[in-house]
Design a protein around this ligand. Structure first.
Ligand code: SAM
Length: 254
């Protein structure tokens, strides 16, 4: 089985595919000042199996286009939306975030948890801005350094995994330079990594390995995840996901 199929198999039964929690999604909704009654058109990009999409659907009077390039994840999201009775609020879309089939100025809000790194933060915020209505809101989470310096081993790991890893002040400056007005930031607390992401994943390892015949490829995936978890445990004072909330700057639209 190729690596992508194994990764899908590892993650598709999970509530979420990256750190976060319903409470932090709700906190971002509040910081963004989203009114719960106003009709909103939202895109949730890199939605995975829909953790944030379902929270947005539960809490807002919104139509949410939930985008992921993996049909398996979209199928799980659609089933969960039906189970929760919110399928009318969700438009599931299998598409790449690199080529989104949207008209300019379509959305009131673009939401993306733990996914913009696939495009790169700088490119993502620049590319997606055109899909926001004037004054529309961007809410994205992104790996962020919590301190101005950090141990070399950690720096090396993230330089290799994602060279755009940077401090919140650097990310906020990028938002300003790209035509957004930053209006909020917070770092995801530890429970978002452990209780809502790593612990459920760790519990799924045995079944994953046995489903996949304990193959060397499956073992390598488990090992890589264990390595990432150990790194988080050791260095969690230095990095987390940051959640960035910014408004498309009206001045740039004229
Ligand atoms: N937002 C979800 C969450 O927090 O649970 C998923 C986060 S997961 C770390 C990143 C997601 O981005 C995955 O679901 C993956 O399939 C999706 N993804 C990766 N590259 C993509 C691309 N080029 N276009 C659309 N989705 C992509």
């Amino acid at each position: 089985m190729d690596e992508l199929k194994l990764l899908i198999d590892m993650h598709k039964d999970a509530n979420r595919q990256g750190p976060g929690s319903d409470a932090e999604t709700e906190k971002a909704i509040s910081m963004a000042g989203l009114d719960r009654n106003t009709p909103l058109n939202i895109a949730d990009i890199g939605c995975g199996t829909g953790a944030s999409t379902l929270t947005l659907a539960r809490l807002l009077n919104a139509k949410i286009t939930a985008v992921d390039f993996l049909q398996d994840f979209i199928d799980v999201l659609s089933a969960r939306a039906r189970d929760e009775g919110v399928e009318d609020k969700i438009n599931p879309l299998c598409a790449s975030m690199e080529q989104l089939p949207f008209e300019n100025e379509t959305f009131d809000v673009i939401w993306s948890e733990g996914a913009i790194y696939n495009l790169g933060f700088e490119k993502g915020i620049a590319d997606w801005k055109r899909y926001l209505k004037p004054g529309g809101l961007l809410v994205v989470s992104e790996i962020t350094w919590l301190t101005s310096s950090r141990p070399l081993a950690l720096q090396d790991y993230w330089d290799n995994e994602y060279p755009e890893t940077d401090t919140a002040s650097a990310k906020i400056a990028l938002l300003e330079d790209s035509g957004y007005t930053p209006i909020g930031y917070f770092a995801l607390p530890e429970h978002c990594w452990l209780d809502h992401y790593y612990d459920p994943m760790r519990k799924s390892f045995d079944a994953f390995l046995s489903r996949n015949g304990d193959s060397a490829e499956a073992q390598a995936i488990v090992e890589a995840e264990r390595h990432e978890m150990a790194l988080y445990e050791k260095y969690k004072a230095y990095f987390s996901y940051g959640v960035y909330i910014a408004r498309k700057t009206d001045a740039q639209n004229s």
